[in-house]
Write a protein that binds this ligand. Structure first.
Ligand code: CUA
Length: 310
């Protein structure tokens, strides 16, 4: 949050740093006065002076000052906060560009205009306003990418909205900022902001159906996928439709294009996929994917197929 890359996060960062400075000055002032008073009282006592019998009972100007100055400071911060709230939340209209849905414990990311879904990665263009619609499939989650925007809750049965515009290409870390169960800590999101033409190319690739198996090993992998009912929860667009009406597990169509597995818990490569398939509960205890007791051979071919899904 100290390195904002959107005007929206910039406004929040400004407010935070300003309030921090104001509070630091007040803190130093109070500490100095208290220290002065203590030192002076100790000296006077050492010099044999009696403590005063009572404080002066009335000093109108002093009372007006110590009421008016804090009031002015608090009012100033209040106004600054309202202005910041306006800047950090520009408002939205029309349909969202992207729908982000929180699940225990991963992020479903839907591009409604392009008609596809991905998971745990949010890809956005630089220099264009992005309108996110935030939802939850189960419990309350909270979307927070400090460099991009304010925190915002994802509440079951409610749609929240967030609008921002990224100035600088890059990869930004997001987290779920509301405790949502055992694996709340492993509910990470990565945001990739690219120039509009690169982003358009990414959209076009992701909109493609999943790659069909190209050799015997990957064909065996797809057979395991079908036989073991992976399609109850997952989608392989164009290859294997999901049978449940909602996304229980992430869309796997372009799984290999993603940097991480399990919402951030593993690097995404064939070895990690193998480990994950052998026992997801050992890697991410409590996640919805059960241990299918795959043989090493089945897990190897399934990992080979999935790790080719660019
Ligand atoms: Cu989702 Cu914490």
């Amino acid at each position: 949050m100290f390195d904002p890359v959107t005007p929206q996060a910039d406004a929040i960062s400004h407010l935070f740093v300003s309030v921090l400075i104001i509070c630091a000055v007040i803190f130093l002032l109070v500490v100095s006065i208290v220290t002065y008073a203590i030192v002076r009282a100790l000296r006077e006592r050492a010099g044999g002076e009696q403590a005063p019998d009572g404080v002066e009972s009335e000093n109108r100007w002093l009372e007006i000052t110590w009421t008016a100055v804090p009031l002015a400071i608090v009012t100033g911060i209040f106004v600054f906060s309202i202005v910041t709230a306006g800047h950090s939340d520009p408002g939205h209209d029309g349909p969202p560009d992207i729908i982000v849905r929180g699940h225990q414990w991963w992020w479903e990311v839907v591009y409604p205009k392009e008609g596809f879904a991905t998971a745990n990665e949010l890809h956005i263009p630089v220099g264009q306003q992005v309108h996110l619609q935030l939802e939850s499939a189960d419990v309350i989650h909270d979307f927070w990418v400090p460099e991009l925007a304010r925190k915002i809750d994802m509440i079951p049965g409610k749609e929240n909205h967030l609008v921002f515009e990224v100035d600088r290409p890059g990869r930004y870390q997001g987290v779920c900022a509301e405790y949502c169960g055992t694996q709340h800590a492993w509910m990470r999101l990565e945001v990739f902001a690219r120039p509009p033409d690169e982003h358009a190319a990414w959209l076009a690739t992701q909109a493609q159906p999943a790659q069909a198996p190209q050799n015997d090993s990957t064909r065996a992998g797809l057979d395991v996928y079908s036989k073991e009912t992976c399609n109850s929860c997952h989608t392989l667009r164009g290859v294997s439709a999901r049978t449940s009406p909602i996304d229980i597990g992430p869309d796997l169509t372009h799984l290999a294009s993603r940097r991480l597995l399990g919402a951030g818990i593993l690097q995404n490569d064939q070895g990690s996929l193998f480990k994950w398939l052998k026992d997801p509960q050992r890697i991410k205890e409590g996640c919805l994917m059960p241990n299918f007791q795959f043989s090493d051979e089945d897990a190897t071919s399934l990992a080979a197929y999935l790790s080719g899904l660019q």
